[in-house]
Design a protein. Structure first.
Length: 336
């Protein structure tokens, strides 16, 4: 099998002769999750947002913080997919999946537009949250500081240092942004849905989450393949460095949770995210076969109900509200 980073970026990279079928299987899995954020019924959300009796001020703050971060985070992921990662991953199957993921990220950006329109939010306030809300700004600046070097003119993927830089990029976007930060937001949004509040937003999140689960599966596959193909890159110090990046990202997410949830609401409080970020972080590095000592100690999942919100009964309720063409997604597994 050809190594993942050793191909010619400008030559023919065909899906049909890809040596590993797994990315193509993920592409088909994602395709079966086709959906459109404009088809989600937001009528109840609009009524609840306009009412003075249903949503508390804290719940409104939470929704605005979620939209503020997701609008920036989804944009960063999409930009990275369009201008950085495909420059160096030349496998035809992987490029086929990346093209699918770019499309899905555009749907997630569409969700932000649908929600802003439904709630009558000022678009500039949402889109500029990464500049004006300190806890969102800190997460965005951290991610860009770790991953911005790939576009330097002197960047060289053929060196160990270059490969490590590329791996930092993949790790930050697939494992931290999509695998931890987004999951924290999913938990917050689904807590609203459990109270029959903002069910349109919750439905948008359900389908976004199903996309993201496959994104993480792909990112984990690529990182594991890079470990097999370039073992010289994965020194003990490099593993510790990546876990350090994860640890700092965890702390930034906990600070964001305190900002988004200043008071306990919906069965949530900011302290629960200390455990959740440790729990989901351990899951990610375990899937990447990190050394066993690189784990967060004494953490557990504080949200056992999360998986229940994605079971077949819950999706059946979704289908009762929406057209049956979405039913293909019933074959997909969530990653909560």
């Amino acid at each position: 099998m050809n190594k993942l980073l050793d191909g010619d970026i400008a030559t023919v990279n065909q899906l049909i002769d890809a040596e590993d079928p797994f990315p193509y299987l993920l592409w088909k899995k994602g395709k079966n999750n086709n959906w459109d954020p404009t088809n989600i019924n937001m009528e109840q959300d609009i009524k609840q947002w306009k009412s003075d009796q249903i949503l508390s001020d804290d719940e409104r703050l939470l929704i605005q913080r979620l939209l503020g971060f997701f609008s920036a985070g989804e944009s960063l992921v999409n930009n990275n997919l369009m201008i950085a990662i495909p420059l160096y991953i030349t496998d035809g199957g992987c490029r086929q999946y990346i093209a699918r993921q770019i499309f899905e990220e555009s749907l997630h950006n569409g969700t932000m537009a649908v929600c802003c329109a439904a709630y009558g939010l000022k678009v500039k306030e949402v889109s500029n949250a990464y500049k004006n809300i300190p806890t969102i700004k800190a997460k965005v600046e951290y991610m860009t500081s770790v991953t911005s070097n790939l576009m330097r003119k002197d960047f060289d993927i053929t060196t160990i240092e270059g490969k490590q830089e590329f791996i930092r990029n993949l790790f930050t976007f697939y494992i931290i942004c999509e695998g931890m930060y987004f999951y924290s937001g999913f938990a917050m949004a689904m807590a609203l849905g459990r109270q029959n509040k903002m069910t349109g937003l919750c439905d948008q999140v359900r389908y976004t989450l199903r996309d993201e689960s496959i994104h993480i599966e792909f990112g984990t596959y690529v990182l594991n393949r890079l470990q097999r193909e370039y073992p010289e890159v994965w020194t003990p110090d490099f593993y510790r460095e990546l876990f350090g990046i994860l640890s700092q990202a965890k702390d930034l997410e906990i600070a964001y949770a305190k900002d988004a949830l200043p008071n306990g609401i919906l069965g949530l409080n900011a302290g629960m995210f200390i455990d959740y970020m440790g729990f989901i972080g351990n899951r990610r590095v375990s899937d990447l076969q990190f050394p066993s000592e690189l784990r967060f100690p004494n953490v557990k999942n504080p949200f056992p109900w999360l998986s229940e919100t994605m079971d077949m009964q819950a999706m059946g309720a979704f289908f009762e509200r929406h057209e049956r063409s979405y039913q293909q997604a019933g074959a997909l597994e969530d990653d909560l």
